[in-house]
Write a protein of this length. Structure first.
Length: 256
């Protein structure tokens, strides 16, 4: 049975400073590097061998993937990077301290920008110095699809085509896949794949902001496409299931 492993990147330098990150390209902190290596050691202990790896075009996710694969002796496997697996774009909030933003705009407004399904954050214009339109890693993209900010709905619309065109076919072909990316893009893929459809309205699911290797409140999650079942593994060693199904994991994550 094919396995799909999601790894959220290790703690970044901006996680450490409590800054909105989004599409800003920041490095892992020392703690983040060790978290990524620890994830790799756990994968090796569990004996999981991968056929394909996917990650975003952001350094913190790429390095997390490489550290994890190196520790598990699988740095050689095929790898694809794509902007479609980038973190959600936080628009003009990027680079701002989360606590300062809450003080300026109010806790409720910032919470809406961060958690609402269809409310956009303040947008960056294409001529803004921090716009992704000025970053050559996106030079081949149609300028009209480079975001100035995203909500979960917009993020869903650019993540799911990659799932359908690449990840799902790999799983159907019996391949084991590892995806090292970001909190919000993993959130969308978990909900889409486990539910069989997209987010429902403004329903909210908790996702921890603690940094580290995490899927929801778990370190590593396995989705079995043939049965549609999830087995979630928390911070205990791999092989000890802490959550027997998707709902249990969602419930636990809401308390993170």
């Amino acid at each position: 049975m094919p396995k799909l492993v999601f790894i959220r990147h290790g703690q970044s330098e901006w996680n450490l400073k409590n800054l909105f990150t989004g599409w800003e390209d920041v490095n892992l902190s020392e703690k983040g590097v060790e978290e990524a290596k620890e994830a790799g050691r756990k994968l090796k202990e569990a004996g999981i061998e991968f056929d394909q790896a996917y990650t975003s075009v952001l350094t913190r996710a790429i390095k997390t993937l490489h550290f994890a694969l190196e520790e598990s002796g699988q740095l050689w496997i095929p790898e694809m990077k794509t902007w479609r697996l980038n973190e959600r774009h936080y628009g003009a909030l990027q680079g701002k301290n989360k606590a300062d933003a809450a003080e300026k705009y109010g806790d409720e407004q910032v919470h809406i920008w961060r958690r609402s399904y269809d409310v956009l954050p303040p947008l960056l214009s294409a001529d803004d110095e921090g716009s992704a339109a000025n970053d050559r890693r996106y030079a081949d993209l149609d300028p009209r699809i480079i975001p100035g900010g995203e909500n979960l709905k917009v993020t869903l619309e650019r993540v799911i085509p990659f799932w359908e065109d690449h990840i799902a076919p790999d799983l159907l072909a019996g391949k084991n896949v590892i995806v090292a990316a970001h909190g919000r893009t993993h959130q969308i893929r978990v909900q889409f794949s486990a539910r069989g459809h997209a987010l429902l309205g403004d329903r909210k699911y908790g996702l921890g902001e603690t940094g580290g290797i995490a899927l929801w409140s778990c370190r590593i999650g396995f989705f079995h496409p043939e049965t549609g079942e999830w087995m979630m593994f928390a911070r205990a060693p791999l092989g000890i299931p802490q959550f027997s199904d998707f709902e249990d994991c969602i419930s636990e994550a809401a308390d993170v």
